[in-house]
Design a binder for this molecule. Sequence first.
Ligand code: SF4
Ligand code: MG
Length: 334
Amino acid sequence: MSTMLEVRGLTKHFPVRRGPLQRLVGHVKAVEDVSFDVEQGETLAIVGESGCGKSTIGRTLLRLIEATAGSVRLDGEHVLNQPAAKMREMRKQMQIIFQDPFGSLNPRMTVWETLAEPLLLHGLATPKDVREKVSNLLETCGLQPWHAERYPHEFSGGQRQRVGIARALATRPKLIVCDEPVSALDVSVQAQIVNLLQDLQKQFGIGYVFISHDLAVVRHMADRVAVVYLGRIVEEAPAADLFAWPKHPYTRSLIDAAPRPDPNLKNDRPPLEGDQPSALYPPSGCAFHPRCPLATDRCRSERPVLRDVGAARVACHFAENVTATGQVEASAPP
Ligand code: SF4
Ligand code: MG
């Protein structure tokens, strides 16, 4: 496998203005120095509580919002500073699927119009063969050719998400950002859509950035997982490793808080307390320290850097010393 998407130092700050004069009072640091790679045909999940910045990461990758700093390269080509014409060309390669397909599909356009438009716009179909290409797309996504004549409101939630996926697929993208693609769907339908995404990945070698707060779906879907807290990656690891032995206390608390497959399994760990702090005034040192059961004085003053720990990258002073049960070994440095 080869690196397809390379993200380095991605940062997004939103200015905050208050009062009658709209005075600048600070910046919400929504995304802070985020770096990761996605290989061809690979799924990198980005997880974290709502408001942690994971959707902003997805949107800045595609320039739906402009980044404050950092670089994004797709197959070696820079994305963030391309002029509009070149960007239109690159958009073909990078698509997005949203949580709410109803909100992202034009209610006044039939499925035919929704799918024919990108095909014709990007020169992927001619007026002669566009009907056949739309039919193929629908079938690839588990719909029927006659669905093309319908409007979004005539579909179920799962079918609508299939239309959203077909639209993303129309331009033959290398990368699809999936932003909570199944969160709005019934559990039974979720599995169908997840399976469809996996089939398409196998068939076309698409890389996914899979944004989700649902660890059960992530466990099923992801090759690697990046955990985001207050705009920063605090842990990134192969999915199996991360679930078996989370190295960052925040990752552990997310896993412990997730509903368990077997409700009889005892969970004797205390739940994660408190709310995520404001990204306008992030805590000193390690941003997780106000909620961390392992926090020490050092954590309150010194921010841990994200560094290699085995096959993972972890930003915790004690990452090397956290045992499989989440304790810090006695030999840990103070
Ligand atoms: Fe907890 Fe300290 Fe590690 Fe931060 S650096 S996660 S506060 S132990
Ligand atoms: Mg979101």
